[in-house]
Design a protein around this ligand. Structure first.
Ligand code: PGA
Length: 256
């Protein structure tokens, strides 16, 4: 199959990462408004804080909207106070988990080996991992973008089997674009997405052409269409704009 046909087969994905925002009431309203829309042409995933997951599962039951968690433990079970295991997330009907978000990396010391362990937990419990990679501004200005991304992907490429990759999405999120209102240009995003895809070809060509690579970093209703029009951009990971139902719906509708 040609690379172009594979691109057509990659179903677009938009995930809304609520981070540590909102109240229980606001969460319920957001879910009610977003789940009232039928997004038939793309996967839409909501990623609320842990404490709202169970209620979210009830709100989203019977809709086409997927449920995700913002993180999980790298361990199976045991004395890890404050942590939540992949098995527990599966138990409350999560199908998606974010891993290696830059805030987890910088604020909670989540390094590449932890990212790999968490990804394996997620795969083991039959969920999908959205693994985040991205460079800081200093690294970009020093011309190190490809080195940084390559290093962040290396453990996954060495360790995961082609079957495992069916449960992995990569999110390219330049750290300088997260929550700053400063988005990567479509060309900058496309360049890194194509680089990520070339790295995945080290596993095999099918993994490279079928793995979804989504963009994150100040995505909003005004810039989503241009970003998602790039050939290797398969959707978005949306933070701030996912807290506004109308805007998030508009973003999802730009892909399908
Ligand atoms: P942002 O966040 O859309 O607010 O920049 C994106 C993210 O952190 O996933």
């Amino acid at each position: 199959m040609s690379a172009q046909n594979h691109a057509a087969l990659r179903r677009r994905l938009v995930a809304g990462n609520w981070k540590m925002n909102g109240t229980r009431t606001q969460a319920a309203e957001l879910m009610r408004d977003i789940s009232a829309v039928n997004f038939s042409d793309c996967d839409v995933v909501l990623v609320p804080p842990f404490v709202y997951l169970l209620e979210a599962q009830e709100h989203l039951y019977g809709t086409h909207i997927g449920l995700g968690a913002q993180s999980c433990s790298s361990e199976d079970v045991g004395a890890y106070t404050g942590d939540v295991s992949a098995q527990m997330l599966k138990d409350v009907a999560c199908h998606w988990v974010l891993v290696g978000h830059s805030e987890r990396r910088s604020l909670f010391g989540e390094d590449d080996s932890v990212v790999l362990k968490k990804t394996r937990q997620i795969i083991k419990h039959n969920m999908n991992a959205i693994v985040c990679v991205g460079e800081t501004l200093d690294e970009r200005e020093a011309g190190r973008v490809e080195d940084v991304i390559k290093a962040q992907l290396q453990g996954l490429i060495d360790d995961l089997t082609p079957e495992d990759w069916q449960q992995v999405v990569i999110a390219y999120e330049p750290v300088w674009a997260i929550g700053t209102g400063r988005t990567a240009t479509p060309e900058q995003a496309q360049q890194v997405h194509a680089f990520v895809r070339a790295q995945l070809a080290k596993v095999d060509e099918t993994v490279a052409s079928s793995t979804r690579i989504i963009y994150g970093g100040s995505v909003n209703a005004a810039n989503a269409a241009e970003l998602f029009a790039q050939p290797d951009v398969d959707g978005g990971l949306v933070g701030g704009a996912s807290l506004k139902a109308k805007e998030f719906i508009e973003i999802c509708q730009t892909v399908g």
